[in-house]
Design a protein around this ligand. Sequence first.
Ligand SMILES: [Zn+2]
Ligand SMILES: [Zn+2]
Length: 257
Amino acid sequence: MSSRKNKSDRSSHQTNQNYESERILTMQCLYCFTPIITSVTWSNVFYPSSFQHFCSNCLEQLSMIEKPICPRCGRPSNNLCIDCHRWEERPDYANVLKMNRSIFSYSNFVQELITQWKYQGDYELIKGFAPFIRKAFSANFGQLAKSLTIIPIPLTHMRAYERAFNQAQAIAQIIANAYKIPIIDALKRNEEITEKQSKKSRYERLETKNPFFLSQKLHTNVLIVDDIYTTGMTIHHAAKQLKKAGSPSIYSFTLAR
Ligand SMILES: [Zn+2]
Ligand SMILES: [Zn+2]
């Protein structure tokens, strides 16, 4: 995004000012660096994570998924969506994934934000997403939290080299910390099988061999965590291996759908 300034401009991230006896905190939007002015109150002074990290313009473009949603994958829909129907028609994938829930509707803006985070290793951006992650997790999985083990989708070695860090791991860590849920990196990638998704058609992608295997069996319910749910192929591949190994119920959580 052209309005995004150089990272080095972030040096004075937040400053306190006295303003007519009211405490004002000036922060910058984590994405476009527009200043955000917040009054410091008793309710937010002890919870700095509750401060707004994105400006109102960026927040407006982050469109939250609202009901009605597909009961399976959580995208806006009145019934089971067409993608989920397709998964249900495949005997090898039907019922492997109990439910996916995502926070934001997939859009160019969300894609840009996530790509920025992905390839520039923008550690700060997780602070902006954290309140959304905690809220969406609590609303959709709060009741199940005690029964879950979190498994983040791993990066390929190639991508781990290209990127600064694994976003799925960062999202998983926020949930794990808030709910005291264990994260187990049981999902491993078979590096022989690559998913060069962008170069393949949707049909070809669905036919790709499963790139995942498990380093250990889990007999608990599992929450798979990833950044984006697009065709659902990555999550279905992961869910299938977990189901085969004996996990009773498999759920997934992503930032965007
Ligand atoms: Zn902004
Ligand atoms: Zn669906």
